[in-house]
Design a protein around this ligand. Structure first.
Ligand SMILES: *[C@@H]1O[C@H](CO)[C@@H](O)[C@H](O)[C@H]1NC(C)=O
Ligand SMILES: *[C@@H]1O[C@H](CO)[C@@H](O)[C@H](O)[C@H]1NC(C)=O
Ligand SMILES: *[C@@H]1O[C@H](CO)[C@@H](O)[C@H](O)[C@H]1NC(C)=O
Ligand SMILES: *[C@@H]1O[C@H](CO)[C@@H](O)[C@H](O)[C@H]1NC(C)=O
Ligand SMILES: *[C@@H]1O[C@H](CO)[C@@H](O)[C@H](O)[C@H]1NC(C)=O
Length: 345
């Protein structure tokens, strides 16, 4: 006969044996979820770990049963981020990144002269793919440059089909009678347009005026234009002050205006002077007078030191000032030594 008490006891023991102790809430595994998630589990209850989207398990158990001991088995599950394909190199550009793992974002830039065909950043998705797709750096091109009015394209070679690449240049010229304002060279910019184009404008110059005691020659045309030339000349005994040839400038005036200046008559009968570094006899070298601008150096005496020094004189429009220190001897005073025969100081 089995006592009811014993049945009760054995059924309790049996229950305890089957039920064991409850398991606690399972340990967190980074980037995973547990189902079902409860605060305790009866022995025999099952749980499953799932890696969150974008993470995958590498080895380790996913499914566990709460044992009678109430202690979850050791869990070696590791959820690691998905890794997107290598994207560290962008031709003609650069990639900024930390890693290529979910859920990171990488960003792109292109070298000057290239533009990003695509977006400037991409994210590694849960599926381990880049989204949006990786961009490329495509060369920037400039369309053929427009040719300004009255200009010609002197040097131009499209290097990308009909277009030009970044830093390519085009060189312009102007039609005759036209002067250029601005740079003759335009450059294809990183923005895909050309730097400022030059401007060509028609430029006229007035007829140059005849100088006093001289003449000016220029082309026999009704109008004188940019780059036309005129030449000046002077009548006898007059010398040109200024260039012989002048040109019509882009500002519509002549590059210079020359005039004719009178030559100087010599008041000195006889002297040896320095002319362009050489000793010459003044009365011979300048027997027709000195021309405007001519410069000579006269010798003077330093009486105390008994030596000679020079002083310069220049013919300016008919006038030359003979240095005061210069002394001309009467030709009868043959016993006197001329300054130019005295040793230099
Ligand atoms: C830019 O990218 C699009 C799509 O990938 C492609 O069809 C197009 O040809 C690209 N353009 C250049 C200039 O590379
Ligand atoms: C260049 O331009 C010509 C004329 O407009 C055209 O026929 C040709 O297809 C273009 N070539 C390229 C490479 O774009
Ligand atoms: C004209 O432009 C070129 C290139 O852009 C530059 O190198 C050059 O110095 C410029 N010339 C002048 C006169 O500004
Ligand atoms: C070229 O394009 C840029 C950007 O669109 C603009 O700022 C610039 O003024 C343009 N340059 C010229 C010379 O037109
Ligand atoms: C030509 O004209 C400009 C502007 O009027 C002036 O600055 C320049 O000095 C002139 N040149 C000559 C050689 O007269």
């Amino acid at each position: 006969m089995i006592s009811p008490a014993l049945i009760l006891l054995s059924s309790f023991l049996c229950h305890a044996a089957i039920a064991g102790r409850t398991c606690p809430k399972p340990d967190d595994v980074p980037f995973s979820t547990v189902t079902p998630l409860k605060t305790y589990y009866e022995p025999g209850e099952q749980i499953v770990y799932y890696c969150k989207a974008g993470y995958v398990s590498r080895g380790g158990m996913r499914r566990f049963t709460c044992p009678l001991t109430g202690i979850w088995p050791i869990n070696t599950l590791k959820c690691t981020p998905r890794v997107c394909p290598f994207a560290g190199i962008l031709d003609n550009g650069a990639v900024r990144y930390t890693t290529f793992e979910y859920p990171n974002t990488i960003s792109f830039t292109c070298k000057p002269g290239y533009y990003l065909n695509g977006t400037n950043s991409a994210a590694c998705t849960e599926e381990g793919k880049w989204s949006p797709e990786l961009p490329v750096c495509a060369p920037i091109t400039c369309p053929p440059p427009p040719v300004p009015k009255f200009a010609t394209l002197k040097v131009y070679k499209p290097s990308a089909g009909n277009n030009s690449l970044y830093r390519d240049t085009a060189v312009f010229g102007c039609l005759p009678h036209h002067a250029m304002f601005g740079n003759d060279t335009a450059t294809c910019t990183a923005q895909g347009n050309w730097t400022e184009l030059p401007e060509c404008r028609e430029v006229k110059c007035p007829f140059p005026s005849r100088p006093e005691n001289g003449f000016v020659n220029y082309p026999a045309k009704p109008v004188l234009f940019y780059k036309d030339k005129a030449t000046y000349g002077c009548h006898d005994t007059y010398a040109l002050d200024g260039p012989e040839e002048v040109e019509c400038t882009k500002l519509g005036n002549w590059s210079a205006q020359s005039s004719c200046k009178a030559s100087c008559k010599l008041s000195v009968r006889k002297a040896t002077v320095l002319y362009q570094g050489e000793r010459v006899k003044l009365q011979e070298r300048f027997k027709n007078g000195m021309l405007h601008g001519d410069k000579v150096s006269f010798f003077c005496k330093n009486k105390e030191k008994k030596c000679s020094y020079t002083e310069e004189a220049q013919c300016i429009d008919g006038t030359i000032e003979i240095p005061k220190c210069f002394k001309e001897h009467s030709s009868f005073a043959f016993w006197k030594t001329d300054a130019w025969d005295v040793k230099p100081c």
